[in-house]
Design a protein around this ligand. Structure first.
Ligand code: SAH
Length: 230
């Protein structure tokens, strides 16, 4: 009995904290995502299912369900949940598609995408981040995600072409290799801009004849897409 009481207390504390996190996640989805205009039910469901608190550093877990980016080390950030949902909705993913993400970071956006796509390939230039997000995604059961460290400017030629491509770091212009690795009929979504003060999200559709159609979406602020060593 003496041992049982503390064990029960710990168990109920854990259950309570867990419940609390779920309630916070639900509130985040309703207030910051649904009410701000993201309507795709599959996207909302993916946001509800993805435990963002497990993708942020332990000391920041209490802030995981606020609608803000958070530092993940190496000068990088996990994106704001609203933007993650907004970009995911823009991609209009289907379960039989193959997608490429540039900038794995914490792995959170990859986890959200993996609920909606056949297979996701994701590239991260900071090897330490790729080395931590890959086992985390695996441990959480995201089987249809392949992470590798490397330079996103080159894309992933061995797996190309892709139905969808998402950049989560901002280049000054969309890298040519990524446009080439997009399938006809495919869509690429990217923050683009020479500095953090003049970035906008752009949507590029490649039509059946391979012609590109570009339209601007929101003004955004992403970390820059850095160039790898040649
Ligand atoms: N999608 C991430 C967001 C991370 S921030 C998440 O959900 O957490 C953007 C990431 O892009 C950073 O981790 C950064 O290291 C990475 N990055 C920057 N330039 C890159 C490049 N050329 N190739 C691949 N990744 C890059």
């Amino acid at each position: 009995m003496r041992r049982l009481v503390p064990a029960l207390l710990v168990a109920s504390f854990v259950a309570c904290a867990q419940g609390n996190l779920e309630a916070q996640r639900e509130r985040m989805v309703r207030q910051h995502i649904e009410q701000r205009g993201v309507r795709d039910r599959r996207v909302l469901e993916a946001m509800r299912k993805t435990p963002r608190h497990l993708f942020v550093p332990e000391g920041l877990r209490a802030m995981a369900y606020a609608d803000q980016p958070l530092p993940i080390g190496h000068g990088q950030t996990i994106s704001q949940p609203y933007i993650v949902a907004f970009m995911t909705e823009l991609l209009e993913l289907k379960p039989d598609q193959k997608a490429l993400e540039i900038g794995t970071g914490s792995g959170y956006q990859a986890a959200v995408l993996s609920h909606l796509v056949g297979h996701l390939y994701t590239i991260e230039i900071v090897p330490e981040l790729a080395r931590s997000s890959a086992p985390l995604l695996k441990q959480l059961g995201y089987k249809n995600v392949t992470v590798r460290d490397g330079d996103g400017y080159k894309g992933w030629p061995e797996q190309a072409p892709f139905d969808r491509i998402l950049l989560t770091a901002a280049p000054p212009e969309i890298p040519q290799a990524l446009l080439e690795q997009l399938k006809p009929g495919g869509r690429l979504v990217a923050p683009v801009g020479a500095s953090v003060f003049e970035q906008e999200l752009v949507v590029i559709d490649k039509d059946k004849d391979g012609k590109l159609h570009r339209r601007p979406s929101l003004p955004v602020r992403f970390v820059p897409m850095v160039r790898g060593k040649e």
